[in-house]
Ligand binder design. Structure first.
Ligand code: SAM
Length: 274
Protein backbone atom coordinates (compact mmCIF):
# COMPACT_ATOMS: atom_id res chain seq x y z
CA UNK A 1 0.00 0.00 0.00
CA UNK A 2 1.39 3.46 -0.90
CA UNK A 3 1.53 6.41 1.54
CA UNK A 4 -1.53 7.86 -0.20
CA UNK A 5 -3.53 4.60 0.01
CA UNK A 6 -2.67 4.28 3.70
CA UNK A 7 -3.77 7.87 4.41
CA UNK A 8 -7.06 7.17 2.58
CA UNK A 9 -7.50 3.91 4.51
CA UNK A 10 -7.06 5.66 7.88
CA UNK A 11 -9.23 8.57 6.83
CA UNK A 12 -12.10 6.08 6.59
CA UNK A 13 -11.05 3.68 9.38
CA UNK A 14 -10.39 6.64 11.69
CA UNK A 15 -14.07 7.60 11.47
CA UNK A 16 -15.01 4.04 12.53
CA UNK A 17 -12.60 4.28 15.48
CA UNK A 18 -14.13 7.62 16.48
CA UNK A 19 -17.56 5.95 16.59
CA UNK A 20 -16.33 3.17 18.91
CA UNK A 21 -13.73 5.11 20.88
CA UNK A 22 -15.20 4.30 24.34
CA UNK A 23 -15.21 0.53 23.77
CA UNK A 24 -11.76 0.48 22.16
CA UNK A 25 -10.21 2.53 24.95
CA UNK A 26 -11.73 0.31 27.64
CA UNK A 27 -10.43 -2.86 26.00
CA UNK A 28 -6.96 -1.48 25.37
CA UNK A 29 -6.40 0.62 28.53
CA UNK A 30 -3.98 -1.89 30.15
CA UNK A 31 -1.87 -1.84 26.99
CA UNK A 32 -1.50 1.98 27.10
CA UNK A 33 -0.42 1.69 30.75
CA UNK A 34 2.14 -1.01 29.92
CA UNK A 35 3.60 1.13 27.12
CA UNK A 36 3.98 4.34 29.14
CA UNK A 37 5.38 2.35 32.07
CA UNK A 38 7.97 0.73 29.77
CA UNK A 39 8.95 4.17 28.44
CA UNK A 40 9.95 5.19 32.00
CA UNK A 41 8.46 8.68 31.63
CA UNK A 42 9.07 11.19 34.39
CA UNK A 43 7.77 14.65 35.23
CA UNK A 44 8.89 17.39 32.88
CA UNK A 45 9.84 15.13 29.95
CA UNK A 46 8.67 15.51 26.34
CA UNK A 47 7.04 12.44 24.76
CA UNK A 48 5.73 11.74 21.25
CA UNK A 49 2.83 9.26 20.82
CA UNK A 50 2.93 7.85 17.27
CA UNK A 51 -0.34 6.90 15.57
CA UNK A 52 -2.05 8.33 18.65
CA UNK A 53 -5.62 7.86 17.42
CA UNK A 54 -8.04 9.60 19.76
CA UNK A 55 -5.28 10.12 22.32
CA UNK A 56 -5.66 7.49 25.07
CA UNK A 57 -1.93 6.73 25.23
CA UNK A 58 -1.02 10.42 24.89
CA UNK A 59 -3.23 11.17 27.92
CA UNK A 60 -1.71 8.24 29.88
CA UNK A 61 1.75 9.62 29.03
CA UNK A 62 0.71 13.17 30.01
CA UNK A 63 -0.19 11.96 33.50
CA UNK A 64 3.46 11.01 33.91
CA UNK A 65 5.14 13.97 32.20
CA UNK A 66 2.89 16.41 34.10
CA UNK A 67 2.00 20.05 33.38
CA UNK A 68 5.68 21.00 33.07
CA UNK A 69 6.22 18.27 30.47
CA UNK A 70 4.87 17.86 26.95
CA UNK A 71 2.90 14.96 25.47
CA UNK A 72 2.40 15.26 21.71
CA UNK A 73 0.21 12.85 19.76
CA UNK A 74 0.75 12.52 16.00
CA UNK A 75 -1.74 10.82 13.70
CA UNK A 76 -2.62 10.73 10.02
CA UNK A 77 -6.41 10.52 10.53
CA UNK A 78 -8.16 13.93 10.59
CA UNK A 79 -11.22 12.51 12.41
CA UNK A 80 -9.12 10.95 15.19
CA UNK A 81 -6.94 14.03 15.67
CA UNK A 82 -10.06 16.19 15.89
CA UNK A 83 -11.52 13.87 18.56
CA UNK A 84 -8.22 13.78 20.48
CA UNK A 85 -8.07 17.60 20.55
CA UNK A 86 -11.70 17.78 21.68
CA UNK A 87 -11.10 15.27 24.49
CA UNK A 88 -8.01 17.20 25.67
CA UNK A 89 -10.08 20.40 25.79
CA UNK A 90 -13.05 18.80 27.53
CA UNK A 91 -10.93 17.00 30.12
CA UNK A 92 -8.64 20.02 30.65
CA UNK A 93 -5.50 17.88 30.29
CA UNK A 94 -2.42 20.11 30.53
CA UNK A 95 0.74 19.73 28.49
CA UNK A 96 -0.95 17.85 25.61
CA UNK A 97 -1.01 18.66 21.88
CA UNK A 98 -2.04 16.80 18.76
CA UNK A 99 -0.48 17.02 15.34
CA UNK A 100 -2.10 15.87 12.08
CA UNK A 101 0.85 14.45 10.12
CA UNK A 102 2.41 11.35 8.58
CA UNK A 103 4.90 10.09 11.17
CA UNK A 104 6.93 8.33 8.47
CA UNK A 105 7.90 11.58 6.77
CA UNK A 106 7.18 14.42 9.21
CA UNK A 107 10.32 16.54 9.83
CA UNK A 108 10.43 16.28 13.63
CA UNK A 109 12.96 18.26 15.66
CA UNK A 110 15.18 16.18 18.00
CA UNK A 111 13.29 17.42 21.06
CA UNK A 112 11.64 14.35 22.63
CA UNK A 113 12.89 12.23 25.54
CA UNK A 114 10.72 9.28 24.52
CA UNK A 115 8.46 7.91 21.81
CA UNK A 116 5.49 5.70 22.71
CA UNK A 117 2.83 3.98 20.65
CA UNK A 118 -0.09 1.63 21.18
CA UNK A 119 -0.69 -0.16 17.88
CA UNK A 120 0.25 2.93 15.85
CA UNK A 121 3.50 1.81 14.17
CA UNK A 122 2.52 -1.22 12.02
CA UNK A 123 1.06 0.75 9.13
CA UNK A 124 4.11 2.41 7.59
CA UNK A 125 4.60 1.58 3.89
CA UNK A 126 8.38 1.83 4.52
CA UNK A 127 8.97 0.84 8.17
CA UNK A 128 12.76 1.24 8.05
CA UNK A 129 12.43 4.81 6.73
CA UNK A 130 9.73 5.53 9.31
CA UNK A 131 11.72 4.26 12.30
CA UNK A 132 14.84 6.12 11.09
CA UNK A 133 12.72 9.27 10.85
CA UNK A 134 11.30 8.70 14.35
CA UNK A 135 14.79 8.19 15.80
CA UNK A 136 15.53 11.71 14.57
CA UNK A 137 12.75 13.03 16.83
CA UNK A 138 14.62 11.92 19.96
CA UNK A 139 17.31 13.60 22.02
CA UNK A 140 20.50 11.53 22.38
CA UNK A 141 19.75 8.25 24.26
CA UNK A 142 16.02 8.86 23.91
CA UNK A 143 13.73 5.88 24.54
CA UNK A 144 11.20 4.03 22.40
CA UNK A 145 8.35 1.86 23.76
CA UNK A 146 5.48 0.45 21.71
CA UNK A 147 2.93 -2.34 21.65
CA UNK A 148 2.07 -4.28 18.49
CA UNK A 149 0.04 -7.42 17.84
CA UNK A 150 1.53 -10.90 17.84
CA UNK A 151 0.24 -13.40 15.26
CA UNK A 152 -3.41 -13.86 14.24
CA UNK A 153 -3.17 -17.45 15.59
CA UNK A 154 -2.38 -16.05 19.05
CA UNK A 155 -5.30 -13.60 18.79
CA UNK A 156 -8.06 -16.08 17.89
CA UNK A 157 -10.96 -13.68 18.32
CA UNK A 158 -9.54 -11.62 15.45
CA UNK A 159 -9.85 -14.63 13.12
CA UNK A 160 -13.14 -16.31 14.08
CA UNK A 161 -15.37 -13.66 12.42
CA UNK A 162 -13.33 -13.64 9.20
CA UNK A 163 -13.42 -17.43 8.93
CA UNK A 164 -17.17 -17.53 9.62
CA UNK A 165 -17.88 -14.86 6.99
CA UNK A 166 -15.47 -16.17 4.34
CA UNK A 167 -17.83 -18.68 2.62
CA UNK A 168 -20.29 -15.86 1.82
CA UNK A 169 -17.81 -13.25 0.58
CA UNK A 170 -16.22 -12.89 -2.86
CA UNK A 171 -12.83 -12.44 -1.16
CA UNK A 172 -11.40 -11.92 2.31
CA UNK A 173 -8.17 -10.07 3.06
CA UNK A 174 -5.26 -12.52 3.28
CA UNK A 175 -2.93 -12.31 6.25
CA UNK A 176 0.21 -10.54 5.05
CA UNK A 177 3.08 -11.04 7.50
CA UNK A 178 5.12 -8.20 6.00
CA UNK A 179 2.33 -5.65 6.10
CA UNK A 180 1.66 -2.81 6.34
CA UNK A 181 -1.27 -3.79 8.50
CA UNK A 182 -2.27 -4.67 12.01
CA UNK A 183 -0.26 -7.94 12.07
CA UNK A 184 2.77 -6.55 10.23
CA UNK A 185 4.92 -6.77 13.38
CA UNK A 186 3.78 -10.24 14.48
CA UNK A 187 7.23 -11.68 13.75
CA UNK A 188 9.54 -10.43 16.51
CA UNK A 189 12.66 -11.06 14.43
CA UNK A 190 11.25 -8.91 11.63
CA UNK A 191 10.65 -6.10 14.15
CA UNK A 192 14.18 -6.47 15.51
CA UNK A 193 15.56 -6.31 11.95
CA UNK A 194 13.59 -3.15 11.12
CA UNK A 195 14.78 -1.44 14.31
CA UNK A 196 18.41 -2.51 13.89
CA UNK A 197 18.49 -1.41 10.25
CA UNK A 198 17.02 1.97 11.17
CA UNK A 199 19.72 2.52 13.81
CA UNK A 200 18.10 1.62 17.15
CA UNK A 201 20.00 -0.19 19.92
CA UNK A 202 19.26 -2.08 23.18
CA UNK A 203 16.21 -3.63 21.51
CA UNK A 204 14.03 -5.70 23.85
CA UNK A 205 10.92 -7.56 22.68
CA UNK A 206 8.76 -9.28 25.31
CA UNK A 207 5.26 -10.80 25.23
CA UNK A 208 2.47 -8.69 26.69
CA UNK A 209 -0.84 -10.48 27.25
CA UNK A 210 -4.02 -8.90 28.53
CA UNK A 211 -7.50 -10.36 29.03
CA UNK A 212 -10.58 -8.15 28.95
CA UNK A 213 -14.23 -9.04 29.48
CA UNK A 214 -16.74 -7.83 26.92
CA UNK A 215 -20.42 -8.47 26.32
CA UNK A 216 -21.72 -10.44 23.33
CA UNK A 217 -22.94 -7.19 21.71
CA UNK A 218 -19.52 -5.60 22.17
CA UNK A 219 -17.87 -8.67 20.69
CA UNK A 220 -20.17 -8.44 17.64
CA UNK A 221 -19.37 -4.73 17.32
CA UNK A 222 -15.63 -5.42 17.42
CA UNK A 223 -16.03 -8.25 14.91
CA UNK A 224 -18.33 -6.62 12.36
CA UNK A 225 -17.99 -2.86 12.76
CA UNK A 226 -14.40 -2.25 13.86
CA UNK A 227 -12.44 -5.11 12.31
CA UNK A 228 -11.57 -5.96 8.70
CA UNK A 229 -15.14 -7.06 7.90
CA UNK A 230 -16.35 -3.46 8.16
CA UNK A 231 -14.97 -2.26 4.80
CA UNK A 232 -16.08 -5.50 3.13
CA UNK A 233 -19.65 -5.26 4.41
CA UNK A 234 -20.13 -1.53 3.98
CA UNK A 235 -21.32 -1.84 0.37
CA UNK A 236 -23.01 -5.25 0.83
CA UNK A 237 -26.77 -5.61 0.40
CA UNK A 238 -29.01 -6.32 3.41
CA UNK A 239 -29.28 -10.05 2.64
CA UNK A 240 -25.52 -10.57 2.62
CA UNK A 241 -25.06 -8.43 5.72
CA UNK A 242 -27.72 -10.46 7.60
CA UNK A 243 -26.20 -13.77 6.46
CA UNK A 244 -22.72 -12.75 7.61
CA UNK A 245 -24.10 -11.33 10.86
CA UNK A 246 -25.80 -14.69 11.67
CA UNK A 247 -22.75 -16.76 10.70
CA UNK A 248 -20.45 -14.62 12.87
CA UNK A 249 -22.88 -14.72 15.82
CA UNK A 250 -23.01 -18.55 15.67
CA UNK A 251 -19.22 -18.82 15.40
CA UNK A 252 -18.67 -16.50 18.39
CA UNK A 253 -21.23 -18.15 20.66
CA UNK A 254 -18.80 -20.76 22.09
CA UNK A 255 -16.55 -17.92 23.31
CA UNK A 256 -19.32 -16.41 25.45
CA UNK A 257 -20.15 -17.70 28.95
CA UNK A 258 -23.01 -16.11 30.93
CA UNK A 259 -23.17 -13.26 28.40
CA UNK A 260 -19.49 -12.37 28.74
CA UNK A 261 -16.53 -13.16 26.47
CA UNK A 262 -12.90 -12.89 27.52
CA UNK A 263 -10.85 -11.19 24.84
CA UNK A 264 -7.19 -12.14 24.96
CA UNK A 265 -4.84 -9.62 23.39
CA UNK A 266 -1.50 -11.19 22.58
CA UNK A 267 1.03 -8.42 21.90
CA UNK A 268 4.72 -7.64 21.86
CA UNK A 269 6.01 -4.90 24.12
CA UNK A 270 9.02 -3.46 22.32
CA UNK A 271 11.60 -1.09 23.81
CA UNK A 272 14.75 0.40 22.31
CA UNK A 273 17.12 3.36 22.59
CA UNK A 274 18.07 5.92 19.95
C1 SAM B 1 -4.75 0.75 15.35
S1 SAM B 1 -4.90 2.48 15.42
C2 SAM B 1 -4.30 2.83 17.06
C3 SAM B 1 -4.73 4.18 17.54
C4 SAM B 1 -4.30 4.54 18.98
N1 SAM B 1 -2.86 4.46 19.17
C5 SAM B 1 -5.00 3.67 19.98
O1 SAM B 1 -4.38 2.74 20.51
O2 SAM B 1 -6.20 3.92 20.23
C6 SAM B 1 -3.55 2.98 14.39
C7 SAM B 1 -3.39 4.47 14.26
O3 SAM B 1 -2.21 4.75 13.51
C8 SAM B 1 -2.49 5.87 12.68
N2 SAM B 1 -1.51 5.88 11.59
C9 SAM B 1 -1.38 4.98 10.58
N3 SAM B 1 -0.37 5.33 9.77
C10 SAM B 1 0.16 6.48 10.27
C11 SAM B 1 1.23 7.35 9.86
N4 SAM B 1 1.96 7.09 8.79
N5 SAM B 1 1.46 8.46 10.59
C12 SAM B 1 0.72 8.74 11.69
N6 SAM B 1 -0.30 7.97 12.11
C13 SAM B 1 -0.57 6.85 11.42
C14 SAM B 1 -3.93 5.65 12.24
O4 SAM B 1 -4.55 6.81 11.75
C15 SAM B 1 -4.55 5.14 13.54
O5 SAM B 1 -5.06 6.16 14.33
Amino acid sequence: MSDRDMAAYWDRAGRVWVEHQGLLDRLMAPIAEAVVEAAGLVNGEAVLDVGCGSGATTFAAAWRTGPTGRAVGVDISPALVELARRRAGEDGVEGVEFLLADAQTQAFKAEYDAIVSRFGVMFFPDPVAAFANLRGALKPAGRLAFACWRSPAENPLSQVPLKAAAPFLPEVPAFDATGPGRFAFADAERVRGILETSGWRDIQIAPLDTVNPLSFDELMTMSLRVGPLNPILKDADDDLRDTVWDAVAIALEPYVKDGVAQMTSACWLVTAKA
